[in-house]
Design a protein around this ligand. Structure first.
Ligand code: ARG
Length: 466
């Protein structure tokens, strides 16, 4: 037991915390990264205190100057963090108090509860913007590959069985759709973050005449028309961790998308497919098998998705069953969020790098897509155009497939007599169905893989990602 080191709350204590307790309860080792947001929040709070006359303009300026100097030291790596001072808030406040006497007034009408809520809302706005850019980088890499390989056809798959032919670009643009939804989700999380908690105090506000709207405006918690947005219930403000969950959920879903993309790339890079060659820079070798080139970046993208989901789960479990309002459990809300942010960001960058270095193997794609069975559905559509009900057409083409298997020939190698024997609606032009380019050109409805449709989508994405 030492003597109370915590001037911020030590007044009612006869003895300070045990060393073990200090070690157990500190958060500065991870929440120190909130320093820029904490300083911004304190500067806005001090400006508000001066605005309402709770401190003088001189005191405000001294506090501002001191906080700027401290942040500069932190950013230069010259600030000494002290775990005995628990968290980022108390480290900065104590450092300020040593330099600026007026700092003793900074915590007027404020609690660490509304302070940390503010820091985190500022963090989420920042993190969402960073992730939106990082994901955009991956999207741009995908778009560049789609454009560079726009003539390439591959089989599309269902059940991992060859289904129907598509342009490779159509497949890559499907990934873009997924990632663009993620970007929109981060935008929605940032919008939810845009409400200022300061003034909620510990949980019941303050008796002092503060101006919450002033602080909100100073911190940029404003709507599209510049009107301040402040949270509407002081208890909810300090208890609420929805944003943490929403952010972690957005990261988890982004991770799921990265993982599905990675899985396709892993399959495509295997000898069995070999549609693509992955860049050496994002692969590793085997310590035993000299021939191996392993798709490690993609496998790790798959693996990181588990971690991102785990962080979401940690947060859900943390908050479930907590009584209102603030409970110290909530200090554990930050490591999963920071980890999700860091991992989601590097995942986006690694995907961008991996995709940018992909070499598409045109020969292997052409070989795979040559399989005429991919156009069996088109053959059924051919019969439909000739008046056959689709169910009958489906059945007839099924029989054609079976006949080809019996003869051990490709579908389009059957004779006219073979197919006419199965259904009388087959005419002499039935085999034209197996012209791949012609088959694709028939699929020009919105969202379909026809060449003009794909070109339109590429143009749209160029604009979206400009
Ligand atoms: N480090 C604390 C946290 O992250 C700050 C809030 C502390 N509030 C309190 N009443 N002890 O949760």
């Amino acid at each position: 037991m030492g003597k109370p080191s915590h001037v911020t709350w030590g007044g009612r204590f006869a003895a300070g915390p045990a060393e073990l307790m200090l070690q157990f309860s500190e958060s500065v080792s991870f929440d120190c990264r909130l320093a820029p947001f904490d300083v911004a929040g304190s500067k806005a709070h001090a400006a508000m205190l001066a605005h309402v006359g709770l401190i003088t303009a001189k005191e405000r300026d001294a506090i501002h100057g001191g906080l700027d100097a401290i942040l500069a030291e932190i950013e230069a790596g010259k600030f000494t963090w002290d775990t005995r001072l628990e968290d980022v808030h108390m480290n900065i406040e104590q450092a300020l108090t040593k330099r600026v006497p007026a700092a003793a007034k900074l915590h007027t009408a404020r609690s660490r509860n509304d302070q940390v809520a503010t820091d985190m809302r500022l963090f989420f706005k920042h993190a969402c913007a960073v992730l939106q850019e990082a994901v955009k980088g991956a999207e741009r890499a995908l778009l560049a590959q789609a454009e560079a390989n726009r003539e390439i056809l591959i089989p599309g798959y269902t059940h991992l069985q060859r289904a129907q032919p598509v342009f490779l670009a159509h497949h890559l643009l499907a990934w873009l759709e997924m990632l663009e939804r993620d970007r929109a989700r981060f935008g929605a999380v940032a919008a939810q973050a845009n409400w200022c908690p300061l003034g909620a105090g510990a949980m019941a506000g303050t008796t002092l005449p503060i101006d919450r709207e002033f602080t909100a405006r100073a911190l940029g918690f404003v709507d599209a028309r510049g009107r301040p947005q402040v949270t509407q219930n002081s208890m909810d403000t300090v208890a609420d961790r929805d944003l943490f969950l929403e952010f972690a959920a957005a990261c988890a879903l982004l991770g799921v998308h990265f993982s599905r993309i990675a899985e396709d790339l892993i399959l495509w890079s295997s000898a069995e497919f070999k549609f693509v060659e992955l860049p050496d820079a994002f692969c590793t070798g085997s310590s035993l098998m000299p021939q191996k080139k392993n798709p490690d970046s993609c496998e790790l993208l798959r693996g990181k998705a588990a971690r991102l989901q785990g962080n979401l789960h940690t947060l859900l479990t943390l908050v479930k069953g907590l009584p209102l309002t603030y409970n110290r459990d909530l200090q554990e809300d930050k490591p999963p969020v920071f980890d999700s942010f860091d991992q989601a960001r590097i995942c986006a960058e690694v995907l961008a790098g991996t995709v940018a270095g992909l070499q598409v193997r045109a020969d292997r794609c052409a070989e795979a897509v040559r399989d005429p069975a991919l156009l069996a559905t088109d053959l059924a559509d051919y019969l439909v155009r000739r008046g056959v009900p689709f169910r009958d057409a489906h059945h007839a083409v099924g029989a054609v497939v079976r006949r080809a298997e019996e003869r051990q020939v490709a579908l389009n190698e059957l004779t006219d007599a073979d197919v006419r024997g199965i259904h009388a609606a087959f005419a002499a032009d039935w085999v034209e169905v197996f012209d791949l380019r012609r088959a694709l050109a028939k699929r020009e409805g919105t969202g379909m893989p026809g060449p003009r449709q794909v070109a339109r989508q590429l143009a749209r994405w160029r604009k979206v990602l400009a």
